[in-house]
Every structure is written in C-alpha cells, then in structure tokens.
Design a protein around this ligand. Sequence first.
Ligand code: ZN
Length: 237
Amino acid sequence: MTQALFRDDAYRAEAEAMVMSSEPRGVALDCTIFYAQGGGQSGDRATLMLEDGAAVPIVNTIYDSDRATILHVPAEGAALPRPGARVIARIDWDLRYQRMRAHTALHLLSVVLPYPVTGGSVGDAEGRLDFDSGEAVLDKANVERRLNELIALNAAVSQRWIADEELMANPGLIKTMSVKPPMGSGRVRLVAIDGLDLQPCGGTHVARTGEIGRALVTGIEKKGKINRRVRIALANA
Ligand SMILES: [Zn+2]
C-alpha cells in the first residue's frame, strides 16, 4: 500500500521516498505525491531522481489491481531503480498545476449549472462535465460570465474526511452519478469551496478559486435528449 501524500497536500512538488518494488510496468514507492489516474483525472507525469544522479522519467501514475498500491510507470527502456533505494520524486509541476486549476473550475461549473452530473474529465488545461439538464437552455456566454464571477470571489478551497456511513446518510452530497466517490477505505474526502460547493472528491484542487484565472466555455454540445456536455478551458494555460 502506498501512502498517498497528494490527498493531504496537492502543492507538494517534491518528496523523498523509498522504492518498494520496481518493474517495467511500474515502480512502487512507500509514499507518493503523484496523483494516480482516476475520477476523470489523468495520472501525473514526473521524474524519479536516483542517488547516483540518474533520472527516471515517469510517464503516468496508476493504481495497481489492489487499488491500494500506486504504480509510477517509467518511460519505455528507462533504467529502473532497485528496491530499497531512496529516490527524490519530482512532479511535472506546470502540468499538475494546470490540472488543479481546471479541476477546481469544474467544481465551480457544477455550481453555475446545478444539474445532476453524469460524467466528466479533466485534461491538461481544460475539462468537461456532462449534465442531465433536462429542458433547460444553456447559454454559453451566460455560463462563462457566471463561472468567472465565482472564480473572482477567490473563495478558499478546503477538505475534510468523513466516514462512509456519514456520506451514505447524506446522499445529496454526491453530485456526480457516474464517478462514484472513492469509498471502501472507511472514509471519504469532502472538498469544500467556501460558501459555494461541497462534494466528495479524490482529485487535486487549488487553494483559492482566484488561482484558476480566467476560464472560457469552449463548447456546449448535445449528448442526448436531456444531456449536455459543457467544455471549459483555462484562458492562461
Ligand atoms: Zn475535485
């Protein structure tokens, strides 16, 4: 099992760790700051710095089949560290920070459009959510204006853990129907945007909404009779 440091501090860009196992399909560390692919967000890219100065490029971060071990996928042909070695793990920070900003913007989009969310994904400087918006007419310019108003509030983003049972007792907290909150460990992380939004989420977020900068609504597509896909992008990627 890998200790997931990114869940408690999304801003850590470097950390020391020990190699638990090392194979071409993935290097497991005792702890990691790299976000593992899931919940519609890609895994982090990064570098493992070895004691002899060699650098192992990591092209993706994924969960192993036990869902508890996180695997750092090395670039093809990269020399692997030996088990027991100490490494400095260094995240591709520019990319991660873009994803944190785009991801947090999606939370705000779900405030602007208070409809059930049926899907979503976070790209590098863009993202999308699918809404069951019924007969509502979604106006692109209007959605973009209201999204940027919320960003400009510079609201604080915080997180706390609750027990699975507490979440089950409050099903209204779950906005996304397709992406189940990461339950099973006995506790779930709730992400709050001060005064605006509260939902279970395992992703990485910025500390204040102002960090998102200006957001653009790049498209609203019809995905079925009552489903609309809304795409956003960061203006300053
Ligand atoms: Zn989130």
